[in-house]
Write a protein that binds this ligand. Structure first.
Ligand SMILES: NC(=O)c1ccc[n+]([C@@H]2O[C@H](COP(=O)([O-])OP(=O)(O)OC[C@H]3O[C@@H](n4cnc5c(N)ncnc54)[C@H](OP(=O)(O)O)[C@@H]3O)[C@@H](O)[C@H]2O)c1
Length: 300
């Protein structure tokens, strides 16, 4: 199969390119601001250029692990949040559909309010933030306009090796290596999800011909402080500088779902074991960043 990955320079996008090629597919990726060898430049805000790229590549599938992913930034600029997370992916999705290609979108647990989590695919949504609202609107638009030609994967708290080295685990390890304290909410609960496994699940779901909405998350549902402590232990760092706080004490720009987390029973029945437990994922994360120069090393 021929795949196009919009956002190939990002965390999930980098792993999608890796997994696709490893599984024998032809894959092209794009970057917006952070170039890597072999990636094509694309700002999806340029709607004509984005649609033209899809037409030129003639892919069988377009993965879209891109958008404006900074939740507090989205709250400050809801118009940009909608443009980047709804309008730009819909433009690419329409171009893909016109070729008969499948479109794979990445959504979030932030479509829920965190009152009664964890949530499955049929749970009622109620986003609290501009980011969550834009993502949910994109889910609905994709379902309405593309039907079975789209696959929407909700994930959460994605961590693991990445080239840009900017996910939560990297920030945490860097701070702890520099003996800085890190404040973590004890009352935000969700599902840590290992990036390489999210990418593998996405590719395998496409290969299985799946469409519609699916949750793609790791098996544990834990609070952010416990997640941070698990990362620190994996990197052999002390945990005493990880300070637990209530969300109300942290002055985050956008409201967060508290009792969140996603249930992935559908995924488990389709691809049992594809999402490894947190301890195995962290061990793999440490191993890969020690052994491979393809990914950034936490703390450096
Ligand atoms: N990370 C999580 O915990 C998480 C949780 C739930 C859902 N998701 C969703 O999963 C997807 C991937 O997340 P991620 O963590 O892999 O994101 P990421 O590491 O921040 O990567 C985002 C990618 O999008 C590209 N991009 C940004 N603006 C663009 C634009 N205007 N045109 C074209 N490309 C653009 C970036 O390019 P440059 O870096 O080159 O600028 C980068 O390749 C996102 O849709 C996110 O909402 C993530």
């Amino acid at each position: 199969m021929r795949a196009l990955v919009i956002g190939g320079s990002g965390q999930i996008g980098g792993w999608l390119l890796h997994v696709l090629r490893e599984r024998g597919h032809t894959a092209t990726g794009t970057f917006q601001k952070v170039p890597y060898p072999g990636l094509a430049p694309l700002d999806a805000a340029n709607l004509d250029q984005a649609a033209a790229l899809v037409r030129a590549e003639r892919p069988d599938v377009v993965f879209y692990p891109a958008g404006f992913t900074w939740v507090d930034g989205c709250e400050r600029d809801p118009a940009l949040a909608r443009a980047a997370n709804l309008e730009q992916p819909m433009n690419v999705a329409r171009a893909a559909a016109a070729l008969g290609a499948k479109f794979v979108y990445f959504s979030t647990d932030y479509v829920f309010d965190g009152v009664n989590g964890p949530y499955d695919e049929s749970s009622p949504t109620n986003p609290l933030s501009a980011y969550g609202r834009a993502k949910l609107d994109a889910e609905h638009a994709l379902e309405n306009e593309l039907g079975d030609n789209q696959l929407t994967l909700r994930t959460s708290w994605v961590f693991g090796p990445e080239r840009q080295g900017k996910n939560f685990a990297y920030q945490l390890v860097k701070a702890l290596r520099n003996s800085k304290t890190v404040e973590c909410p004890v009352d935000q609960i969700s599902s840590p999800s290992y990036g390489p496994d999210v990418a593998l699940a996405a590719v395998r779901l496409f290969e299985l011909g799946r469409s519609g909405l699916l949750h793609v998350v790791g098996p544990e549902i834990i609070d952010r402080k416990s997640f941070a402590e698990a990362i620190a232990r994996a990197f052999e760092l002390p945990t005493d500088e990880i300070i637990g706080k209530r969300t109300s004490e942290l002055a985050q720009g956008a409201p967060r779902p508290l009792n969140g987390g996603l249930l992935a029973n559908k995924l488990d029945s389709l691809l049992p074991g594809v999402m490894r437990p947190l301890s195995d994922s962290l061990a793999d994360f440490v191993r890969i960043t020690r052994e491979s120069s393809d990914w950034a090393v936490p703390g450096q």
